[in-house]
Design a protein around this ligand. Structure first.
Ligand code: TIU
Length: 235
């Protein structure tokens, strides 16, 4: 058993039953011209999480930690898109319409896919989800159970939307979830701060919060490896 320094208290884990969950690092959220920008957001705030998330991803791969990715999006006929989600807001172009990176949030379009820096490799399942939560209407729970996973380290975007929803879903299903503060990002700095506070409040009401540097150090100790890039993660 190894321990990651975290709030509200240390996160104890076994590498064999830990998975890295990479949530929605899609061009549609992280780059201009996609769904996120269509909602009026500054996408540059999300790009800030990519370097630290990349260090965590590479360290987990090297340590043999199971890695799983999610993407938010819909079938090309939009048959899984609730009218409420389609109609909400005042975006100039909506889900399913052509944007600079293809049809917004539609599976198979360039914008829907994961950014090159964090692209999945062979052996890393990609879970396509129609909602904000990673468990709703997906086979994520089945995959985690097949792999005997009990705990999740979570990176992704956005902190208060898909990360929060997924962590809450994970908690209710009996998984321990650790969110790495510099590997998640929001379009709203205030939401980023408060969303992280909410996870760890009340004694860790639905999870733990740490950061990439502390995670990489603990992983290195647990697996007897050098903390890959941990020095670069400072700051
Ligand atoms: N809009 C926003 O902040 N997020 C989303 O719509 N989806 C995710 O968080 N992935």
């Amino acid at each position: 058993m190894a321990t990651i320094d975290a709030e509200p208290y240390g996160f104890e884990f076994e590498p064999a039953t830990l998975a890295l969950l990479m949530i929605d690092f899609q061009r549609d959220f992280v780059y201009p011209g996609g769904f996120g920008e269509s909602l009026g957001n500054d996408t540059s705030l999300l790009l800030k999480a990519v370097p630290a998330a990349k260090r965590v991803l590479e360290a987990c791969r090297a340590a043999g930690i199971f890695v799983i990715h999610t993407r938010e999006g819909h079938r090309s006929d939009l048959s899984d898109l609730p009218p409420s989600k389609l109609n909400r807001g005042s975006a100039p172009i909506r889900i399913g319409e052509e944007g600079a990176m293809g049809r917004l949030l539609v599976r198979g379009s360039y914008g829907h896919d994961i950014v090159d820096e964090l692209a999945p490799i062979a052996g890393e399942p990609v879970v396509d989800k129609p909602g904000k939560g990673a468990f709703y209407a997906t086979d994520l729970d089945a995959i985690l159970k097949m792999k005997a996973i009990r705990q999740l380290v979570v990176c992704g975007v956005t902190t208060e939307v898909c990360v929060h929803t997924s962590v809450r879903e994970a908690n209710d299903r009996g998984y321990d979830a650790l969110v790495l503060s510099d590997c998640v990002a929001s379009y709203f700095p205030e939401f980023q701060r408060v969303a992280l506070e909410m996870i760890k409040a009340q004694g860790g009401i639905f999870g733990w919060v740490s950061d990439s540097e502390r995670f990489l150090r603990a992983l290195a100790t647990a697996t007897g490896r050098e903390p890959a890039g941990a020095g670069a993660a400072v700051g």
